[in-house]
Design a protein around this ligand. Structure first.
Ligand code: G6Q
Length: 548
């Protein structure tokens, strides 16, 4: 029986029809305890989900759905290391990367936690050498620049986290991230670094990714214009699971930091892929980051479903997607340090749950992963919030905000928080026509009547507020793990494999076929008329000026 055929699903569908007529204003007016009942706290974090389209009954029905989908057992299976990545027949053990030293978890008879800590110790050794200046470049100068070369999961996590933890970062090291095959990306970085004071971190789980290998080769060629092959060992390290390919590239495996096939790319910032993060904040900070992830794992593993923050927030996503017909959600951090968090989450969520078949390969009969997007506040307020408030699409929003600033500056943190609160309140309450008229009472009546409809806000726009004490490595670890587990919860309800990414393959295959066809004079393969014409145009064989 598919999840959509269970009584729990059908009860939610019926309940959603009843909820359609209720405005959030009304729910708050009728229930002074609404915040008390619909928020949860764990140390350092408060999650207020009272401004969502829910009642006690909604939550109870969502919990029934979680039970119908066997969520607790599925969660435990992931944490135990069962091969829940069904298509690739792999365990999914990013949580093992954050288990404390001395814990143990056996996978095929091997203690993966011991392996994790062996790599962390290796990282510590190198990270502290680079940060202290003991590790020197080929002209005996200390390292000043770190260039991470990687893409997707080998880029978005480290880039986001290095930026997010900027307040704790070594000031004498500059960090650069090159991901795109577009040569502009590498060229712009090479303009500002020197070969003798730069280390390149080649981050690739498979060490076969076209973009990363092309960029790594370009960096190597640039480096060898000033240095020798023997100097490579001091300037290139790799983070990978593929020792042979690392060696073939010319990096000594002694300068390789390993991880394992049970770490998915978009879940890999906690592994050696986080080497740039460790270089930025030091190993003590990196271990704190891991401890934050572990805090959330412990909460996810042990809190009762109704108090379990990732469970509640994951189920709310399902509620909006499948029962309220909403197809997108926004993440809006009121924290400049979290500038790259929305694009990080975009991959985490959309690559994990943008799936159309169940584990058994049967097309799903319901909607799966929403489109996730967002930007930091208050910037977004001056851009797309118009649509959030008055547009015809309803977008549930996650607001994130720190209670305390990392850089106190006059009254600005309070101004930031006032804006965050004002947005959640405005989205929830809206403004009626009568209130709009009131606000315009100073105007002549005709003018007031002309403008008032434009100043009406429907309100009833749901949001969740996630408030943390201040952004520390530990807080960031908790926040990332919170979203990882929310993604997992949704995948379990939808019975999809959140841990493969077959949807990125077809484009890669076609790009491989098209590459030789872009050489002028080469044969153009079998394509639709559009693709074939574009190939010719790009080869400059069709020079009809654009616009003619
Ligand atoms: C993430 C994806 C994908 C991957 C990149 C880079 O979950 O698998 O974004 O991280 O394609 O892969 P490599 O690390 O193997 O170069």
């Amino acid at each position: 029986m598919g999840i959509h055929q269970t009584p729990a699903w059908q009860a939610l569908a019926e309940h959603a029809r009843q909820m359609q007529r209720i405005h959030l204003r009304q729910l708050f007016a009728e229930d002074p305890d609404r915040f008390t009942r619909f928020h949860r706290r764990i140390p350092g974090l408060l999650v207020d989900f009272s401004k969502n389209w829910i009642t006690d009954r909604t939550l109870a029905l969502l919990m029934d759905l979680a039970v119908a989908a066997d969520l607790p057992a599925r969660r435990d299976a992931m944490l135990r290391g069962e091969r829940i990545n069904s298509t690739e027949k792999r365990a999914v053990l990013h949580t093992a990367l954050r288990r404390p030293r001395g814990a143990s978890l056996l996978l095929d008879g091997r203690d993966v936690v011991a392996d994790v800590h062996a790599v962390l110790d290796q990282m510590e050794h190198w990270v502290e050498a680079v940060r202290s200046g003991a590790w020197r470049g080929y002209t005996d100068r200390p390292i000043t620049d770190v260039v991470n070369i990687g893409i997707g999961g080998s880029d978005l996590g480290p880039r986001m986290a290095v930026h997010a933890l900027g307040a704790y970062a070594a000031k004498h090291l500059r960090f650069h991230f090159v991901s795109n095959i577009d040569p502009t990306h590498m060229a712009r970085v090479l303009e500002v670094v020197l070969p003798e004071t730069t280390v390149f971190l080649v981050a690739s789980k498979t060490f076969t990714t076209q973009e990363t290998l092309a960029n790594a080769h370009a960096a190597r060629a640039w480096f060898l214009r000033s240095a020798t092959e023997a100097d490579i060992a001091r300037h290139f390290v790799a983070m990978s699971t593929n020792t042979e390919a690392v060696r073939a590239f010319g990096i000594d495996p002694a300068n390789m930091f390993g991880f394992w096939d049970w770490v998915g790319g978009r879940y890999s910032v906690w592994s050696a892929i986080g080497l740039s993060v460790a270089l930025a904040i030091g190993m003590e900070g990196f271990r704190e980051f891991l401890a934050g992830g572990h805090d959330m794992d412990t909460h996810f593993a042990t809190a009762p479903l109704a108090d379990n923050i990732p469970v509640i927030l994951g189920l709310l996503r399902v509620w909006y997607r499948d029962f309220c017909g909403l197809s997108s959600c926004a993440v809006l951090p009121y924290d400049q340090y979290l500038e790259h968090f929305p694009s990080y989450l975009q991959q985490l969520d959309m690559e994990s749950n943008g799936k159309g078949v169940t584990h058994a390969g049967v097309p799903v009969q319901y909607a799966t992963g929403p489109v996730l997007w967002g930007q930091v506040g208050t910037n977004g307020q001056h851009a797309f919030y118009q649509l959030l408030h008055q547009g015809t699409s309803v977008v549930p929003c996650d607001f994130l905000a720190p209670r305390a600033p990392l850089h106190p500056l006059g009254d600005q943190h309070r101004m930031l928080l006032a804006n965050f609160l004002a947005q959640t309140e405005a989205l929830m309450r809206g403004r009626t026509l009568e209130e709009a008229r009131q606000a315009l009472r100073h105007l002549p009546e005709a003018e007031r009547e002309r403008l008032a409809p434009h100043k009406v806000f429907p309100g009833n726009r749901p949001s969740t507020s996630i408030v943390y004490d201040r952004l520390t490595p530990r807080t960031l670890g908790r926040l990332i793990a919170l979203y990882e587990h929310m993604v997992f919860v949704q995948g379990v309800i939808w019975d999809i494999n959140s841990f493969d990414q077959m949807g990125v393959e077809l484009g890669k295959e076609l790009a491989g076929a098209l590459l030789p066809e872009l050489v002028p004079g080469a044969a153009v393969g079998e394509h639709d008329a559009s693709t074939a014409a574009l190939v010719r145009y790009l080869r400059a064989e069709d020079d009809t000026p654009a616009g003619d």
